[in-house]
Design a protein around this ligand. Structure first.
Ligand code: GTP
Ligand code: MG
Length: 230
């Protein structure tokens, strides 16, 4: 029998309480509308409908903080959420519009892809990336392109990466393990001496993985606040 570790339980609790503090901060439709770089940002990226907004809601334990919907392409702006103490947030979560949804009007799609790409490549305060991948589909071509595009920032460790294999409630246990193995193989190719890359199964519906993700995002915020300002 293994005894519960009281320290681990306490840090789990602290991470969950921290995640539950997430609250809406602002919406931007262009990069220059974002606040000046400051607090470390964790961006939620992935195909349209992968479950980004639902993941934010599950972490925050809030049904409608980020706008989730059956209609792909629902999130059409950059939405920022503050996390941490009410009067002194220590992190920002960023819900980005999804990519790869064919029915979004062509010009609008191009414009959005450019805004998202610029945000990911240029934004100094981007410290972490949560990439959501449907566990039933695995990495799509667009997911791989995005990882390739961000490779310099990931390889140097400047931006950390956590991949969530979402909708795990919809796959049999054996298929979930297979999806995890496959994702680990893809990510192993990206790993370098300085990179910080992880992957986990996740379900916004069953709550699978929520505690682990809260722990990881909390530790990212803590690492950042422990660093002296540049
Ligand atoms: N079964 C199941 N369905 C989920 C889960 N997460 C999200 N969904 C469903 O998937 C659909 C899309 O979820 P969203 O969270 O809106 O996805 P998104 O990635 O934010 O989509 P865009 O904003 O269009 O890019 C909704 O119908 C959700 O209810 C999950 O863990 N399990
Ligand atoms: Mg969304």
């Amino acid at each position: 029998m293994t005894m519960p570790d009281p320290h681990a339980a306490a840090s789990n609790q602290a991470a969950l309480a921290w995640a539950h503090s997430a609250r809406f901060a602002l919406t931007a439709s262009r990069l220059h509308e974002l606040p000046e770089a400051g607090l470390p940002e964790t961006a939620f990226v992935g195909r349209s409908n992968a479950g980004k907004s639902s993941a934010i809601n599950a972490l925050a334990q809030h049904k409608r903080l980020a706008f989730a919907s059956k209609t792909p392409g629902r999130t059409q702006h950059i939405n920022l959420f503050h996390v941490g103490p009410r009067d002194a947030p220590d992190a920002i979560w960023v819900d980005l519009p999804g990519y790869g949804f064919a029915a979004v009007e062509r010009e609008a799609k191009k414009r959005w892809q450019a805004v998202v790409a610029d945000y990911l490549v240029q934004r100094h305060s981007l410290a972490g990336l949560v990439m959501l991948v449907d566990a039933r589909l695995g990495f799509t071509e667009l997911d791989r392109q995005l990882l390739g595009y961000l490779w310099p920032r990931l390889a140097s460790g400047e931006v950390k990466l956590l991949v969530l294999l979402t909708k795990a409630d919809k796959v049999a246990r054996r298929d979930a393990q297979r999806a995890l193995d496959m994702a680990q193989r893809v990510l192993a190719e990206l790993a370098s001496e300085h990179s910080d890359i992880g992957v986990t199964l996740f379900s916004a519906h069953s709550g699978q993985g929520v505690d682990d993700v809260a722990l990881t995002l909390h530790s990212w915020a803590a690492q950042h606040s422990a660093q002296p300002p540049a």
